[in-house]
Design a protein around this ligand. Structure first.
Ligand code: EPZ
Length: 420
């Protein structure tokens, strides 16, 4: 029987909560290991479902993996890796498995895998990945449920690709593919999320030649090989933002530790606009009881308001005084979770899949909910903290995908939650 979370609402969150290593960086460093010619040691590693899936994929490719949960570290020896068809089920379970296509193609000249599939927040196409690889000299052969890519002449050659839309993993996968390509690659209209320049930093430490990561134009000069190395995963900015909003929602004095406030981009200025009282240090953010008023937002690529923080912010606006409009511009399915907040008592009107209008504040009452994806899932946990009475949430695999030992960490700051 699938386990659930049960939350009793009304408790303030107080004290200190530590932010873990960033899921959306650890996954990319693991993909980058394919390119390395010796062991890579990764510290501050988040042991969550998604990273476990990616480690399984690397082992399936022939890598040797050693994990040490006490030291929060993994060591991956890539020397046994060969490019072979990836396990369909694993690929479908982890959208980010598409990240492996770039390094496998760049190192071995060929890759075959299933379409990583979509999820509830959107169909998640990979057209820009395929178009990008073609610009590096790859030929694609489609099969009924996946694709095979071959580098003509056995090795990718540098090329130019202007992303028609900004894509985070598209940028990262093309960067990874270009590291061992022959010649220079120029990528335009790249994503600028903090995980990208730090990924480039790691690759350059291992001998790659990448310039411009973190800006919209990245230039990669291909090299013949890169070594292994050590890497410390940066703090998870989405965890940090989620915990800050948890503090504001429950009205406690909560210190979110081990985070990098500037990685939150426009989220901090927006929270200050809604009236949040925050103390912002170099590696922490402390919340104080605040009177929250309604502010409208539009999600945007970094450094704009992150789509992954839209769900908790949408919940925050149900408790804010006034009317706000939330515009989601990145994923077509990322606002559908709001119908579950409505069942709890929130006043939310969906104008179209990309836009909701919220009137607040409204009292919320505990309900039985289902977690559709990991960011909406954690938002339901937060809603359970705000609601009067008991809330149960099922399908919590989605939450475990991105938040390590979440219930222990929440209990420590006063949340009445248990896994049943
Ligand atoms: C990354 O997803 C993150 N995942 C997402 O976090 C995050 O929400 C998203 O970036 C936006 O910030 C990881 O880093 C593993 P995109 P990604 O490619 O790269 C469209 C989470 O909760 N698109 O930037 O898959 C796409 O459909 C996850 O941790 C194409 O049309 O997102 C979307 O509308 C959820 N064709 C838009 O671009 C393509 O070939 C941006 O998607 C690729 C993408």
């Amino acid at each position: 029987m699938e386990n659930k979370f049960e939350i009793i609402g009304g408790a303030k969150t107080t004290g200190e909560i530590e932010v873990n290593g960033a899921k959306n960086q650890a996954l990319k460093i693991l993909a980058a290991v394919v390119l390395a010619s010796s062991t890579v040691k990764i510290e501050n590693f988040p042991f969550i479902e998604d990273t476990s899936r990616m480690l399984e994929l690397l082992e399936e490719l022939g890598a040797k993996v050693k994990i040490n949960k006490i030291l929060k570290m993994v060591e991956v020896d890539p020397q046994g890796i060969v490019s072979k068809k990836l396990d369909d089920l694993l690929v479908r379970k982890l959208r980010a498995s598409i990240l492996l296509a770039g390094p496998l193609l760049g190192k071995f000249g060929q890759v075959e895998m299933n379409h990583p599939g979509g999820c509830v927040i959107g169909k998640r196409p990979i057209d820009m990945f395929i178009d990008g690889f073609k610009k590096l000299g790859a030929k694609v052969k489609w099969s009924e449920d996946g694709f095979c890519l071959q580098a003509s002449g056995g090795r990718l050659s540098g090329g130019k690709y202007f992303f028609p839309k900004i894509t985070v993993t598209g940028t990262e996968t093309m960067m990874l593919a270009a590291v061992l390509a022959q010649g220079e690659t120029v990528l335009e209209n790249c994503a600028m999320e903090p995980e990208i320049p730090t990924l480039a930093e790691f690759l350059n430490q291992c001998g790659a030649k990448i310039n411009g990561a973190g800006t919209s134009r990245i230039v990669i000069n291909g090299v013949s090989r890169i070594s292994g190395g050590n890497f410390k995963v940066i703090p998870d900015r989405i965890e940090a933002g989620t915990f800050v909003m948890m503090g504001l929602l429950t009205g406690g004095k909560l210190t979110v530790k081990n985070c990098i406030p500037e990685h939150l981009g426009a989220v901090i200025p927006i929270l200050e606009k809604v009236g949040a009282k925050l103390e912002i240090g170099s590696d922490f953010i402390k919340t104080f009881p605040s009177k929250i008023n309604a502010v409208s937002i539009t999600t945007h690529e970094y450094p704009g308001f992150a789509t992954d923080l839209q769900p908790p912010f949408t919940l925050l606006m149900t408790q804010a005084k006034g009317i706000s409009v939330i515009q989601e511009t990145i994923f077509e399915g990322r606002l559908f979770f709001t119908d579950q907040l409505v069942t709890m008592g929130a006043d939310i009107i969906m104008c179209d899949p990309y836009r909701v209008v919220i009137s607040g504040p409204r009292k919320l009452y505990g309900k039985s909910l289902t977690s559709p994806d990991l960011r909406a899932g954690i938002t339901m946990v937060l809603a359970g903290m705000v609601a009067q009475g008991k809330t149960t949430i099922d399908n919590i695999y989605q939450i475990d995908r991105g938040y390590e030992n979440i219930e222990e960490r929440l209990i420590k700051v006063g949340v009445k939650i248990k896994r049943i």
